[in-house]
Design a protein around this ligand. Structure first.
Ligand code: MG
Length: 349
């Protein structure tokens, strides 16, 4: 099966009237890029990428895929996915593979694995070999700019929808504000729902230690990205000094960075992002490393490809999604577990 054509398109999202915020960023809109890869026997695999902000990013990525990556994919044996991905890393090394180029490589990787699943007529996770057929799901429902009433309403809705846990943003100007919001959510969801907090890289090591000790006493499930993503030394110290589990990894690129993160014992829970970590091919390697180092694995973001990977990573613990917009939306949930995709490739229905 050869790759006949790579098609790329992009879309911008209109700016929201009241954009959501975390401690670092205002997510004004952004948009998405779609990739279709057609084989010489007429099958089509689909992948893509998304941006929460930066209006120019979707068009920039579409050009990068079309002019730099796609020419290296057309004509290749579509079953030799790791070889294709490796050649894209080599091609982009000159201007830096990390960053936007990796978003593009990941989108192509998702489309190729979708295509291969379709060629075999099975869900892609079955080609990889699964550890499980379902994984617990939690909802990220607590943005920084929401009032406490909004926060409580969204968290209550997540519990109502059957999620096993909720996550909210922290890193407010003062610790007291963080505590007030955490206590309000805990009161709303009750003692049995896992409550995680995410500081989106906003704190210093000293402040993360100070807040971490308080969050620990409040029964928080994990403390996510307290420090800048590249502060490996800070993460190692924090992980050693806090009993509260440290979760991180959504801003790391490639298995090599994750290998060092694991070797230096920088986190208690690792959270690769499908776009930045480098797509399913790279994440399968990262998942194997997480297994070898005994580090629990939770996805950053959800979607059928992220769920498919969780089914196959030995130490997977949690799928992250948002609130479901309708009862029949992705993922199919049963008792708070996201169920394995059923269609060929990454088709989930
Ligand atoms: Mg996060």
């Amino acid at each position: 099966m050869k790759v006949k054509e790579v098609r790329v398109s992009y879309q911008n999202r209109p700016h929201a009237a009241n954009p959501i915020r975390d401690a670092l960023q205002t997510l004004t809109g952004g948009g998405s890029v779609s990739v279709e890869i057609e084989s010489d026997d007429g099958l089509v695999g689909r992948g893509g990428s998304s941006f929460g902000r930066i209006d120019g990013a979707p068009r920039t990525l579409a050009v990068l895929i079309e002019e730099i990556l796609a020419p290296k994919v057309v004509g290749r044996d579509a079953e030799q996915i790791p070889a294709i991905i490796e050649s894209l890393k080599v091609e982009t090394e000159y201007h830096g593979t990390e960053g936007l180029a990796t978003f593009g490589i990941s989108a192509i990787d998702v489309a190729l694995w979708d295509l291969l699943g379709k060629a075999h007529g099975v869900p892609t996770y079955q080609l990889w070999g699964a550890y499980r057929d379902r994984v617990p799901a939690y909802a990220m429902v607590g943005w920084s700019n929401w009032t406490i009433d909004q926060l409580r309403g969204q968290c209550a809705a997540a519990v109502e929808q059957g999620f096993h846990g909720v996550k909210m943003k922290v890193g407010a100007p003062t610790l007291e504000e963080d505590v007030e919001r955490i206590e309000a959510v805990r009161k709303e969801v009750g003692p049995d729902i896992k409550l995680m907090v995410d500081a989106n890289q906003a704190l210093t090591l000293t402040e993360a230690l100070r807040r971490g000790h308080v969050f620990q006493e409040l029964g928080v499930g994990w403390f996510e990205e307290p420090l800048r993503a590249d502060d490996f030394e800070g993460y190692a110290e924090l992980t050693q000094r806090l009993r509260l589990p440290i979760a991180a990894g959504e801003n790391l690129y490639s298995a090599r960075q994750f290998r060092e993160f694991f070797e230096r014992r920088c986190c208690d829970i690792v959270q690769p992002d499908l776009r930045r970590a480098g797509g399913p091919t790279e994440i399968r390697a990262i998942g194997a490393l997480a297994g070898a180092f005994g580090v629990p694995y939770a996805s950053h973001g959800g979607g059928p490809a992220a769920l498919s990977l969780l089914l196959c990573v030995p130490t997977a613990i949690f799928l992250e999604t948002g609130l479901r917009s309708s009862a029949d939306g992705f993922p199919r949930l049963e008792n708070g577990y996201a169920l394995a995709p059923q269609g060929a490739g990454f088709e989930w229905e």
